[in-house]
Design a protein around this ligand. Structure first.
Ligand code: CAA
Length: 380
């Protein structure tokens, strides 16, 4: 690999690779079939320091850099892409907004158990009528004495059923458009907060995706993140980090596709030769490897920019769009190389192909990433 990892980053990669390949990989196909949430594995991942990776130790996090986080996510995604999205959402848009924008009280109360892996976090921005355009959301929060009263419905929320708390955005002043959106921490079990429909998905089946319903849900005033009206910027800034997470998940899954394709091509004999000796297959694999390397470098670049404190918004979008589209291409090619076997559940590429599909959709579609990049390059 061309990117020069530090000694610490290489150690983290080795540790997570061992865990992911020993523990997550052997059971990933069964989780895909059953849809069982990997609760026990997530507990172990908390103990390994994977559930608050960029949070400093004073709040129970591992306090490592974003490149290390990316490396760890790539390894988890290589073994189980469903577990990787739970880890990514928890770290980037669960812990992230509370660490970056939360008061001391919110960090003490909510960030500490999240970063220790004792509690799981989720992020509720999307609504039935507001996906790419989050300012179109309809959820409201009205101040009443010492509380905020939230009403509305969120949709497609990763880990919404299994998380212990969720960061929720809502309009506190609709007149002000995006400047009137605020963000709140809402705990599971708060009266008026319930889980609605659970989606039946094409891939990432061990990760739950649900509707969240708020009906006169009263949360304490101190659960407001940042200031009133900061919610849109909190969501955007958290998603910048989230997009590095999804890019990393895409790279890990892509590498799994490549390794599966190489291994199959070497053992599959047709016309008295392994198919890996045919130029058509060799060039396909060469292109897959090249695109994955480029995706990995873009992802590390965005992560390193974040670590240096630079504005990484466009870099994260470039990494996300390129890595997620690469994952879809290489999953397609890996399945093609497997021929008829690739279409059967007996081989993991069938799952990789389904798991890859959402990568160009969630945490901002490819079209939104190109909009962000164009705004950066051309201006609005
Ligand atoms: N960081 C900080 N601030 C930002 C920002 C960023 N990355 N992007 C925008 N802002 C600020 C702007 O500076 C601006 O602030 P001012 O008004 O003070 O100038 C404000 O936010 C509004 O910005 P825009 O005018 O650019 O906003 P817009 O309405 O045109 O939207 C967008 C821009 C890029 C299209 C944005 O709406 C977007 O990213 N949409 C996609 C949403 C998305 O990714 N949803 C995914 C759901 S979450 C999910 O999938 C998680 C999961 O469970 C897996």
């Amino acid at each position: 690999m061309a990117y020069q990892l530090t000694e610490e980053q290489r150690m983290i990669r080795a540790m997570v690779r061992d865990f992911a390949r020993d523990v997550l990989l052997p059971t990933a196909a069964e989780r895909d079939r059953s849809g069982e949430f990997p609760a026990e594995n997530l507990k172990t991942m908390g103990e390994l320091g994977l559930m608050g990776m960029n949070v400093p130790p004073e709040y129970n996090g591992a306090g490592v850099d974003t490149v290390s986080y990316s490396v760890a996510l790539q390894e988890v995604a290589y073994a189980c892409a469903a577990t990787a999205v739970i880890m990514s959402v928890h770290n980037s848009v669960g812990c992230g907004p509370i660490y970056l924008f939360g008061s001391d009280y919110l960090k003490e109360t909510f960030l500490k158990p999240l970063a220790a892996g004792e509690k799981l976090g989720s992020f509720a921005l999307t609504e039935p009528g507001a996906g790419s355009d989050p300012a179109g959301q309809r959820t409201t929060a009205v101040r009443d004495g010492d509380s905020w009263v939230i009403n509305g419905t969120k949709m497609f929320i990763t880990s919404g059923k299994n998380s212990d708390l969720t960061v929720v955005t809502a309009y506190t002043d609709r007149e002000k458009r995006h400047k009137g959106i605020s963000a709140f921490v809402v705990e599971k079990g708060t009266p008026g907060f319930s889980v609605g429909k659970e989606e039946e998905k094409m891939g990432l089946r061990a990760s739950d995706t649900v509707e969240l319903i708020f009906e006169d849900c009263r949360v304490p005033a101190e659960n407001l993140l940042g200031e009133e009206g900061d919610g849109f910027v909190i969501a955007m800034a958290s998603l910048d980090g989230g997009r590095i997470g999804i890019a990393s998940q895409s790279v890990g899954l892509s590498q799994a596709c490549l390794d599966a394709a190489v291994s199959y091509a070497k053992e599959r004999v047709q016309f008295n030769k392994p198919i890996s000796s045919f130029q058509g297959i060799r060039w396909m694999i060469a292109d897959m490897a090249t695109q994955i390397e480029a995706a990995r470098l873009l992802t590390f670049n965005a992560a390193a920019m974040r670590d240096r404190g630079e504005n990484f918004t466009a870099a994260a979008s470039m990494a996300k769009v390129f890595a997620s589209e690469t994952a879809n291409k290489v999953a397609y090619q890996a399945l093609q190389i497997h021929g008829g076997y690739g279409y059967m559940k007996e081989y993991p590429v069938e799952r990789y192909y389904r798991d890859a599909r959402v990568l160009t959709i969630y945490e901002g579609t490819s079209e939104i990433q190109r909009t962000v990049i164009a705004n950066h390059v051309i201006g609005k």
